[in-house]
Design a protein around this ligand. Structure first.
Ligand code: FPP
Length: 231
């Protein structure tokens, strides 16, 4: 079978908490391991020639978690971004963030902007971290931006330029780990024709082999985009 490498893979990295609990560890340890796996999967995507990798790190709904877990998640992100700065450049990773910026601590917000600028010339892969991201929130912000610019009678192409993923091709493949079969307010607009892949493996146990399994499955799909395919 011919393997088709998706241009853009999006991942809902679920099951960190359950994984940690199973090992008798606090939930945050699942997130720590999860961050390591995100790094390993980024490297695997570079090796495979995937051009865009979008990772759901924190949703607009995740603020409802206990304050301690929220703080630890942002500490983890802050530490990770600080300590991996050189690695990102060495690997040729262009980093981008999608989601709201207004509720994020100013120091982290500045770090995010700095990293986006610092890595903007890297071109082996674009890694897009969704932080305080919600698909509905993305659409509403886009509508408001378009209205503020006085645009009426939008078409799909013009509208999509106001979305957080403007200029990025829609994901070809969405992977969600840990058995849940939902989109959970991830990239609602951009997932219109995305192939969905679900696995029971929790994110901290996700490996390059699991990624290859997902890509193999994707390669077998017939993508029709609403058309009729001649057999
Ligand atoms: C879902 O597991 C995971 C999250 C809400 C956070 C994901 C964040 C990371 C993997 C770290 C990101 C950091 C970097 C640097 C990419 P869950 O807590 O919902 O697990 P559960 O469903 O088992 O409770």
């Amino acid at each position: 079978m011919e393997i088709k490498i998706p241009v853009h893979i999006a991942i809902i990295m679920d099951g960190n908490g359950r994984w940690a609990k199973r090992q008798g560890m606090p939930r945050i340890m699942g997130h720590y391991r999860g961050a390591e796996v995100a790094e390993e999967i980024t490297k695997a995507c570079i090796d495979l020639g995937v051009r865009y990798l979008t990772l759901f790190a924190f949703s607009t709904e995740n603020w409802k978690r206990p304050k301690e877990e929220v703080n630890l998640l942002f500490d983890l992100l802050r530490n990770y971004l600080t300590s991996k700065r050189e690695d990102l450049n060495r690997l040729g990773v262009r980093l981008r963030f999608i989601g709201r910026r207004d509720r994020i601590d100013p120091d982290l917000r500045d770090l995010m902007t700095d990293l986006e600028q610092e890595t903007s010339k890297n071109n082996r892969i674009t890694v897009i971290l969704a932080v305080d991201y919600g698909g509905r929130d993305d659409i509403i912000r886009a509508v408001n931006r378009a209205l503020r610019e006085g645009l009426l009678d939008l078409d799909e192409e013009t509208f999509s330029k106001f979305l957080d993923l403007a200029g990025v091709p829609d994901p070809d493949l969405l992977i969600r780990t840990a058995g849940e079969r939902r989109v959970s307010n991830f990239l609602l607009w951009n997932l219109a024709y995305t192939e969905l892949y679900f696995t029971d493996v929790c994110w901290p146990d996700f490996t390059k082999e699991e990624l290859l399994r997902a890509i193999e499955d994707f390669s077998r799909r017939k993508r029709k985009f609403g058309r009729v395919l001649d057999e």
